[in-house]
Write a protein that binds this ligand. Structure first.
Ligand code: SF4
Length: 346
C-alpha cells in the first residue's frame, strides 16, 4: 500500500493500519489507482483491506440507534441504491467505483466483540447492513458478517439485517443462536420478480427466486424472515401485474411479512440513476425528471402504489411490516386510499 499515507508505528506490530481516512486522502490525491494494494479478484472488482477503530456506528433520526457495515461499496451494483451517495465520503464516485472498489474492514468482528463486551453496552437493537450488503459475494471469502453475528449472539444483542444475498442461508446456525440469545429479523430485499427489471436494475444480484428460496430455508429454520419490496421503481416494477406476481411469489415462499417502498433519489444516487436512464432509456427521462422533481415522487403516487400492495397483501395473506430501512424516511400522515383503477403503470 505504498501510495496510501500510513501512520508510522513505533514498533513492528504486524501489517500497517490503513483507515478509511487514509483511503480518502490517497484517493483524493491520486484517484483509486493510488490504492496499489487493492486486490483485483475474478469478479473484476478491487478489494481494499482496511482497519476500523469502531464497528458499532451511532446514528440519529432513524428508528434504530446503531448500525453495522463490515464492507463499504457493493458489487451488487443496484442502480437505485441509496448507499451510492455514501461512497463520496471516501472521495470515490457513486457510479462505477461504488460497485467496483470495495473496502473490507478486516478487523471488524474483533472490534465489534470488544465493543459488545463493554459494561456500558446496553444491548440496544442494531441494524446490520444499512450502507452495503453484508452478504455480497466477497463475504464468502472474508466471513466478516458471520463472525460478527457470532459476536452479537455472544453479546446477546438483537439485530435486524437486510440483504439481497442468498448466502445468508450459510449462516442459519449462527442466526438461530442469535435468535435464541437476543432476537434477529432478516429482511430479504426482493423489489420484484420481474426478470427484465431485475436484470436492468440489479445487475450484480442473485435471481429474485433464488433470494426467495433463501427466505423459505430461513423460515423453515424458525428464523423471523420477511421480504422488503424496496424499492419498487416507477416504470419498471410498479405495474399492478408485476406487484401481484411478486407478492404471490413472496407468499408462496413462506415469508412472514412483506414491506414495500417506492424509490427515492438523493444526491449521488439521483445523479447516477438519472444518468443510467438517460443512457439506457432516453425516452423515459422526461417522465422521471417530472416524477422526481424532489427526492420523493408525489405523495399521491406513493400512496397509490402502497394501496395496491395493501390489497394484494390481504389477498395473498402475507402480513405487513415495514422495514427499518423504510421507517422514518417518508413524510408522515397522508391516509392511503384504496385504488379503483387497475391500469396503473407508472
Ligand atoms: S444490494 Fe443493497 S447495498 Fe448492494 S447495491 Fe443493491 S441496494 Fe445497494
Amino acid at each position: 500500500m505504498s501510495a496510501v499515507p500510513v501512520r508510522p508505528l513505533l514498533f513492528d506490530l504486524g501489517p500497517p493500519i490503513v483507515t478509511t481516512r487514509d483511503i480518502a486522502r490517497a484517493v483524493k490525491s491520486g484517484g483509486t489507482s493510488a490504492l496499489t494494494d487493492a486486490e483485483r479478484r475474478a469478479d473484476d472488482a478491487r478489494y481494499q483491506e482496511i482497519s476500523c477503530r469502531s464497528a458499532l456506528n451511532r446514528v440519529e433520526g432513524m428508528p434504530f440507534k446503531w448500525t453495522l457495515n463490515p464492507y463499504r461499496g457493493c458489487t451488487h451494483g443496484c442502480h437505485y441504491c441509496f448507499a451510492r451517495r455514501y461512497h463520496v465520503q471516501f472521495e470515490m464516485n457513486a457510479d462505477d467505483e461504488f460497485a467496483s472498489m470495495i473496502l473490507v474492514k478486516r478487523n471488524f468482528p474483533e472490534v465489534l466483540a470488544r465493543e459488545l463486551d463493554r459494561a456500558s453496552w446496553a444491548r440496544e437493537h442494531v441494524a446490520f447492513g444499512t450502507a452495503t450488503d453484508p452478504y455480497q459475494p466477497i463475504e464468502g471469502h472474508y466471513r466478516l458478517t458471520r463472525a460478527s453475528i457470532e459476536a452479537l449472539a455472544r453479546g446477546r444483542t438483537p439485530i435486524s439485517l437486510i440483504t439481497k444475498g442468498p448466502m445468508v442461508v450459510r449462516d442459519r446456525d449462527v442466526l438461530e443462536d442469535l435468535t435464541r440469545a437476543a432476537g434477529c429479523t432478516i429482511y430479504m430485499s426482493v423489489p420484484t420478480v420481474d426478470e427484465d427489471a431485475w436484470r436492468l436494475l440489479e445487475p450484480g444480484t442473485a435471481h429474485p427466486l433464488q433470494r426467495l428460496r433463501a427466505v423459505r430455508e430461513l423460515a423453515d429454520s424458525g428464523i423471523d424472515v420477511g421480504v422488503l419490496m424496496a424499492p419498487v421503481v416507477p416504470g419498471f416494477s410498479t405495474s399492478r401485474a408485476k406487484l401481484e406476481r411478486t407478492i404471490k411469489a413472496i407468499a408462496d415462499h413462506g415469508a412472514r411479512f412483506v414491506g414495500c417502498n417506492v424509490m427515492y433519489l438523493q444526491d449521488g444516487t439521483r445523479t447516477h440513476f438519472l444518468k443510467f436512464i438517460e443512457r439506457e432509456f432516453p425516452s423515459m427521462l422526461p417522465r422521471f425528471t417530472r416524477l422526481y422533481a424532489t427526492k420523493y415522487p408525489p405523495e399521491s403516487y406513493r400512496q397509490e402504489v402502497k394501496a395496491i400492495v395493501r390489497v394484494l397483501q390481504q389477498r395473498y395473506a402475507v402480513a405487513r411490516r415495514e422495514g427499518r430501512e423504510n421507517a422514518g424516511r417518508e413524510p408522515a400522515g397522508s391516509a392511503a386510499h384504496e385504488p379503483e383503477q387497475v391500469g396503473f403503470r407508472w
